[in-house]
Write a protein that binds this ligand. Sequence first.
Ligand SMILES: Cc1cc2nc3c(=O)[nH]c(=O)nc-3n(C[C@H](O)[C@H](O)[C@H](O)COP(=O)(O)O)c2cc1C
Length: 204
Amino acid sequence: MKIQIVYCHPSQKSYTHEILEQLKSSLIKENLKFEVSDLYMMNFQTDMSKEEYDREGFVNSYLPIPNDEKEEHRKIEQSDCLIFVYPVWWSDCPAKLKGWFDRVYSVGYAYGYDESRTNIQKMKTILYGIALCTTGHPNEFLDEIGIAESMRNVMIDDRLGQRFDKKEMIILGGTSDRKKVENEHFVIVKDIAKRIKKYCALRV
Ligand SMILES: Cc1cc2nc3c(=O)[nH]c(=O)nc-3n(C[C@H](O)[C@H](O)[C@H](O)COP(=O)(O)O)c2cc1C
């Protein structure tokens, strides 16, 4: 049973980094194995090149997949659970994480699988997927203006989509007043490891 955390924030002094640390401790406490892909630390390339676009945009799945994408595929294939940890910027994930989806979700792998092409393996169905994000606005406000729903639609229904068995979006809102919300957030984060363990233990 293995968990892959895809983490996206440029600063180790951020609140989102603190959430990552809380999450890691809760996973350790539950004896769950995990690995972190820190996209900024890895300097992960998230702009799609013209060559990549020629492959993706025209469904030329016979064209080669870059090695850094293949490495992310390898990590995905070894995982039972993926957790995306990021701050919300302009009502979505940061561009770097968006670029991870643009590139890593390559055609023939994450979508448009063609059985006749044996050189590409179809992405496995991951047991549990979680989008764990922090937002400056409180949850109630994001619910009221429809942004919480749109973030859920994009992240859970589209990006995680049918590739995941169980899916969850956790919005840790109100970080503009961190002192007010952090205890509540830490309790929510602490509970994640227990839920993953309970769900995956019966299925792995
Ligand atoms: C470029 C940028 C855009 C942001 N856009 C939003 C937004 O659309 N909605 C929101 O609630 N908070 C927004 N925020 C606030 C962040 O979500 C908040 O800073 C984060 O949740 C927690 O802070 P951290 O950067 O210390 O981890 C934005 C912050 C930045 C830097």
